[in-house]
Write a protein that binds this ligand. Structure first.
Ligand code: FAQ
Length: 304
């Protein structure tokens, strides 16, 4: 069968809302687009552990510390599912991680901002996880089966994360004057970067049109951004906090993507350090797996 016929059949399956599975035929461009988006997503989850991890040792109570540790571990788990789902497209996790550590791969702009106060942890849960849910619920209906299924579980966990962040800010906003000011400061810092998470304006989004035809994306960047604003503003009012007014500074977004955000260097340096210090664990696990295989082979030989 020629490529044009295969492509027409593929698109017909997508149009009929059928799921594409790893062993199905797919156009090269579809495979590449998914590897791009899913690996960026996986990297974001892993790099996203860093701004919050910064507060684990300084959480204000034992309960808050336990909750934060669980949340950060969840993000690591999301990264692991997403790397596995990406591997089903024929690329290895080692290659993906090399791309992250060399600086060749993107991860979400949002994780290049600092977390100077405890209220920033509340703002990340409320706004960043809130934005992630808004973007990811439609991905549960994405045409690629492994990505869509990973998203179902991830979204359930993100909704717990969003509530814990809101709860931190609720407590601060009902607290002392200084605590209210801290909550407002965090909202002021995270509002614009959270809106930028949805990606460039529709007119500048180079992948959206094709991605929508393939039903990877179901809504445009601006549509989801607008929904997020409508959903979040009443919550800010409930907290008694003022939402910053004005326009998104797209110049800032592009600078962060080019590696010039406040924490780009720090984040990559932390990931490289973690990768180096985990080397012995990976080597030991590989050696153990090799020994296990030898043992199983010997047992099999003895049995026959
Ligand atoms: N940051 O043509 P479009 C989380 C890039 S997970 C950096 O519109 P597309 C959980 C884009 O890659 C957060 N780069 O692209 C958590 C492309 O560059 P390329 C991550 C961005 O793919 C919470 C170029 O700009 N979520 O938060 C960004 O159609 C708390 C042109 O853009 C996902 O990854 C950005 N914000 O739409 C963890 C969700 N926006 O690749 C810890 C899945 C755009 O050509 C703590 N991804 N770019 O070099 C998506 O839904 C889409 O990929 C978009 C971008 C919507 C992000």
């Amino acid at each position: 069968m020629d490529t044009a016929t295969l492509e027409a059949r593929f698109q017909a399956r997508i149009d009929a809302d059928e799921r594409i599975e790893p062993k199905d035929w797919m156009p090269d461009a579809y495979r590449k687009a998914l590897i791009r988006q899913m690996s960026q997503h996986a990297h974001s989850e892993i790099v996203g552990m860093l701004p919050e991890g910064n507060w684990i040792t300084r959480a204000p109570t034992l309960k808050r510390k336990a909750i934060l540790m669980a949340k950060v571990q969840d993000e690591g788990g999301h990264g692991a599912y997403l790397y596995s789902a990406t591997e089903t497209l024929g690329i290895t996790r080692e290659t993906l991680i090399e791309e992250l550590l060399s600086g060749a791969a993107k991860y979400s702009s949002i994780f290049n901002y600092p977390t100077p106060t405890w209220a920033d942890i509340g703002a990340i849960g409320w706004l960043v996880d809130g934005a992630a849910i808004m973007n990811q619920i439609p991905l549960c209906r994405c045409s690629y089966g492994p990505y869509a299924r990973a998203m179902v579980r991830i979204c359930k966990e993100e909704s717990f994360h969003q509530r814990q962040g809101f709860d931190i800010l609720l407590q601060l906003s009902r607290g002392t004057e200084a605590q209210r000011a801290m909550a407002q400061g965090a909202l002021d810092r995270w509002w614009w970067p959270s809106l930028m998470m949805f990606g460039p304006p529709d007119a500048d989004s180079k992948h959206s049109a094709q991605s929508m035809r393939w039903k990877v994306k179901r809504f445009s960047n601006d549509e989801l951004r607008q929904r997020f604003i409508e959903f979040t503003v009443p919550q800010a009012q409930f907290l008694g906090l003022a939402v910053p007014q004005g326009e998104i500074d797209w110049n800032e977004f592009h600078e962060v993507l080019k590696g010039h955000g406040p924490c780009n260097h720090e984040r990559l340096a932390a990931r490289r350090r973690a990768h180096e210090s985990g080397r012995w664990v990976r080597e030991a696990a590989l050696a153990y797996a090799g020994k296990q295989r030898d043992r199983e082979r010997d047992q099999h030989r003895e049995a026959v």
